[in-house]
Design a protein around this ligand. Sequence first.
Ligand code: NAP
Length: 254
Amino acid sequence: MVDDAHAEQGSTRHTGLVSESPGGSRICIVTGANRGIGLEVVRQLSDRGDTVVLGCREVDAGERAASGFAASIGTVLVRWLDVLDAGSMTAIADELTGSFGRLDVLVNNAAIHYDTWQRPSTADLQIVEEAWATNVLGPWRAVHAFLPLLRASGHGRIVNVSSESGSLASMRSDTPAYSVSKAALNALTKQLAADLRRDRVLVNSVCPGWVATDMGGPGGRPVGDGAASVVWAVDLPDDGPTGGFFRDGRPVPF
Ligand code: NAP
């Protein structure tokens, strides 16, 4: 359902030395981009002159976050985007269809519930359901909303921001809601990669590593390093890998 009150929110920031030719830069969307790794991915893409939709649940928070991009050469479009709400994404898709007719990059970054306090045998299934809804169905819903535009690109990239917590090869009994959701996200990556190969859309999972954000807590590596691990998969050439799982450009076991 489209929430008109929210759909009307959002603004366009033309930051710094503006390079606004739609054909001269990639058109990108990052979900959950008002803070943490998502915000830094927006910054890194914008620094290269890409046009980036900063997707956020609270447009004011997105605006405040984007105000730090004065030196970027790209265009940042702050838009309401809740991965639980298909209407928020179809509204953006409609806008991009009118403005650019394509989308080159979808970064599925938004996620919740790094449930360090739980074990699978006693896990609160409400938490599990919420993690599933945001971390798995959210990216899936985003793909459905933006796929026509990604197909139109001819060079589409879907980057699912996953975690080594979702690796079956090293799966333990901690963070059950989060880990199971990221394992499922990795499965979705493989499914979509096979499905979209003929459309020349590359689909990969990326682990940013342990990063010092609200989710990661103190002690992790700088957010710039985590975001660079994500941007590596955005920058893949047309003959690059698809259906893989990577951290810092190196394969991670599924
Ligand atoms: P974070 O600081 O907690 O930020 C999460 C972002 O997701 C926020 O912008 C949040 O928005 C947004 N979000 C939550 N639910 C949403 C929804 N329904 N719709 C749209 N946006 C929503 O997390 P982070 O550390 O930057 O993590 C980013 C990604 O990296 C996640 O996929 C995470 O699993 C992955 N990751 C992180 C680490 C780490 O060490 N940090 C390690 C491995 C993987 P609000 O501000 O509105 O809540």
